[in-house]
Design a protein around this ligand. Sequence first.
Ligand code: MRU
Length: 349
Amino acid sequence: MISTTESTVETIEWTREGVVMIDQTRLPRETVFVTCRNYGEVADAIRNMVIRGAPAIGVAAAMGVALGALQSNHLDADVPVICETLARTRPTAVNLFWAIERMKQVYASVRHLAPEEIRARLVAEAKKIREEDIAINEAIGRNGAPLVPDGKTVLTHCNAGALATAGFGTALGVIRAAVGMGKNIDVFADETRPFLQGARLTAWELQRDGISTTLITDNMAGHFLKSGRIGCVVVGADRIAANGDVANKIGTYGVAVLAKENNVPFYVAAPLSTLDLTLASGEEIPIEERAAREVTHVQGVPVAPEGIAVANPAFDVTPNRYVSAIITERGIARAPYGESLRSLFHGIL
Ligand code: MRU
């Protein structure tokens, strides 16, 4: 992996040199871009959170498959191995598996063609997934912006912004679209321990956009939700089960319960590729357990005694009863989610 510094900020791009990503582990201190030159480096970048956020890791995986195919002289033998390696990086965000499956299907449909043509089709598909993601997020923004109360504060958790997607963002896309339609809103960003996606990434990208943002620690959310100042909560999602249960960054569940307790609407903004209709409920969603060091250390500095036992689930599941609406590119789903999500997914609504 090669690092460079640049002024433009794109989450992920396909270039002639390889797959270029902004290194999200180094923000906001440094704006550094890394170039992944083979699919193994893309897999490492996903596993190590150089790129993170459900839609963004889907795009990265698709580009990883394309990159692997470009460098393979035995496509039939190598493509399944490449897909398997990328699929083993992170278990919770279903967009990763959705994107790999889409690449597998393209491969199956062009297998009979000349290797050069197969590689070209896979590269084109990966680029298309990236472009589509930006358009999808803009549609989510358009659909969600009317739900955001004017003159109030929006609370968000983790980073569901441009950095977590190919661009614009899901939850932050709704906020951007609301600001774009002239609403007078400001944002409270939970810092999102232990990985600090809120402090490091959401605060950084909203500040760059000139959207008024206040950073709070996670344990302050209840205080502000009770104060009457928060008009709604908007978060992203990593996987949504058929019944509308939502897996998202650890801490989301607590925010959702506190929102309901204080009659504040709790919205989830996500593309339909985040839906997993094969899972009846959120109890079936695999939850990633990450390294203890993310909890015992803050930016490399120890904050706990050596040898202490640590739990570090990266996600939690918010039961559907706490979710006021799920905002997708095709429209808004409300309870009962079993019905409304299926209708949106099959394009009925
Ligand atoms: O562990 P991360 O940083 O990949 O977790 C990201 C989240 O939980 C986001 O809220 C989610 O992926 C939605 S991103 C549009």
